[in-house]
Design a protein around this ligand. Sequence first.
Ligand SMILES: Nc1ncnc2c1ncn2[C@@H]1O[C@H](COP(=O)(O)OP(=O)(O)O)[C@@H](O)[C@H]1O
Ligand SMILES: [Mg+2]
Length: 310
Amino acid sequence: MSYYDPARMPSGAPERPGSPTVASPVSPGVGVAAAPGPSHPSRAASADPARDLVARDLVMTYGRSGASAGPPALGGVDLTIRAGESLAVMGPSGSGKTTLLHVLAGILRPTGGQVLWRGRDIARMSDRERTVLRREDFGFVFQQGMLLPELPAIENVALPLMLGGVRRSEAAARAATLFPPLGLSGLERRRPGELSGGQAQRVAIARALVGRPGVVFADEPTGALDQTTSAEVMHHLTQLAAHTGASLVVVTHDENVARWCNGVVRVRDGRIAPDADDAHADADAHAHADAHADSHVGTGRVEAAPTAAR
Ligand SMILES: Nc1ncnc2c1ncn2[C@@H]1O[C@H](COP(=O)(O)OP(=O)(O)O)[C@@H](O)[C@H]1O
Ligand SMILES: [Mg+2]
């Protein structure tokens, strides 16, 4: 089983931002008018609680005593991540980006608020339920790939499937389908230490997506990479997410990384900054906002976004 139409996905060729396979209207590379195609799932006209990831009034205070712990890491965040779309989360160090990502992904239980996913509140699930959810519904990419150094790339990718009960041979076969479209053909038996930084992150992307998650969470996925390699990694990450229909949440410091996503929100002091639309205050962004008037760019809330085009 292949996840791709190979004709749409260059493999091995040097990728560049804005190549014709990139469907995101806000991706870099001005001048490439990429019409949304099958790789860019159309957005529903209104929120779909059955498929979106919805955070309501999220509050997170670290430590046992909320009163003495200082300001909360999250001070009431409302956010909707639409099915199939990609969202960049930007903001200064310490602003709460990682906390937000971890709460959305069920890694941390918030002090208050809801995280609604497929009709259930993740914030109220037991640890055990959240563990299953993370394994079955979510995928993760971290700054350093966090691959297991002893395992060849193919086994690193197959591992989440095997942990979920898929037979080894089938898991390996499914993992193998992801190598060519990610430009990793021939590297299946390499161990992580024998891969470049960009190759290792592409293996991590394959691992995150192999289980066909509903949402992929990436925390500074290009933080250890140079600009060219970052662009390649974001190209692959956004493409693979789009092809599999996964939503994507990318925490990044880097505007060039954020531009690969459909939307951006900015976090300041544990809140979504209201002026987030400054992030794409250029022609691309306006084209994007016009084409996607329901975008959450500018508000942090998909539902409220028609103002995004201002
Ligand atoms: N495990 C933790 N225990 C206590 N405080 C934490 C912990 N993790 C993060 N914080 C604090 O929460 C705030 C937000 O941190 P974080 O979400 O990591 O920000 P960012 O990812 O934007 O750099 C910071 O003040 C940080 O010091
Ligand atoms: Mg962080």
